[in-house]
Design a protein around this ligand. Sequence first.
Ligand SMILES: [Zn+2]
Length: 260
Amino acid sequence: MKLAAIPILMYHQVTPAPLGIFRKYSVLPDKFAAQMRWLSLAGYRSLTMEDLLRFRQDQGQGHRPLPGRSVIITFDDGYEDCLKYAVPVLEKYHFTAIFYIPTALVGQSSLWLKKEKGIDLPIFDWSAAQDLLSVGFEIGSHSVSHKKLAFLSIEECRQELTESKQVLEEKLGCPVHHLAYPYGSFNNQVKEIAAEAGYKSACTVEIGLSPLDEDLLALHRVPVLGQDYLFDFICRLTRARPLGELLQGKMASMFQQLQR
Ligand SMILES: [Zn+2]
């Protein structure tokens, strides 16, 4: 029997004032609200990463199928704007989400973007992270300092993954099992180090729905981008890509067939 696949949505920033250079990763609040409204109307139920782990374990024992329309909502980097513009909307529709945060930058800002793009976006603080946890959201690791893990030495990579997990657990007072690789940078060695550090799931930025038999330390995600219209979002839920890309792919394969 073919296993189902679920969309693990990847957001970064939700803000009414996107900065030009980061516009692709910034979703306007009204667009975000329309997307969540659509999920609710279409009967989607949001799962936590812990739910996904439980379903995967139960699936091995042959019981408890995943509910029909499931979605996981993720936010990378911990941008402060998400507290004001995403969290109330999620709560309105009874959706949960996981926020992946770089522990050395909590309460500060996106220093890596300052170096790369000259922009600096505020990251929420520990008290906000605790508040999110207390109302049913999840917090995951996004490493210590948001570096490309696949390009670090084994020692540096281990430090980024173990220290961030320890700090999160100390500050939040609960176990932390979930990771998103900064920039989606990972390889087999990074995965091994993540497993040794005690992570049970890790999200990449590989685009696709996440099949229920996929490697838990290399989960595909579905990006939701600033330029997406609602019909793109609806397309992404089942095909991972926006309408234009799907049509382009279809046209290209038709063209190839005609040339044969
Ligand atoms: Zn990131």
